[in-house]
Design a protein. Sequence first.
Length: 212
Amino acid sequence: MPYDAVIFDLDGTLVDTESLAFVTGRRVLARHGADLTEAIFLQLVGTANDTGRAILERHFGALDFDAIHADWLEEDRRQTAQGIPLKAGATDLLDQLAARAVPVAIATSSRRASALHKLAQSDLARRFDVVVTRDCVTRPKPAPEPYLLAASRLGAEPRRCLVFEDSNTGAEAGFAAGMTVVQVPDLVPPSGGHAHHLADDLLRGAALAGLI
């Protein structure tokens, strides 16, 4: 196999949370007097909290970002209390990797509490011993640090790692880390600039990359 490890983004890649985040975000921002349009939301996809704050401030001025963030997390938790659906092919791909004992990790821009909640509610927590979140790094995506840290914790060389991402920001991070990148777009159209392979779903992407 051409890869020693596989590293996944979480939101929009393994779990189907981005569409839900738009609905809950619109509700929360409206309570704070702001209209979160789809165009603005798409700018937030794949970004860390500090980048998201800058985007919101650019569009809406000085908001109580800490209150918005807390409200948004709570709204997401309520909406996902009964479970979070997986993206197409996620279970099949993870089963195949587990059967072959391929090391896997998560590298996400979500904070740790949020990421662990999503993993638990999607029944993915048991599958990942390595979970790199925004809290683990100094420079989040699109910098390569999250992916390089995940590879280090797996004991794998970056050039021997395969990345699955949905966002352009994440694809840029994986590419900068020197890894092979499969981009499976969710809400944001791919720029195509940092993905070695573009696919409609995870299994097709894995096949294109020679993983399965």
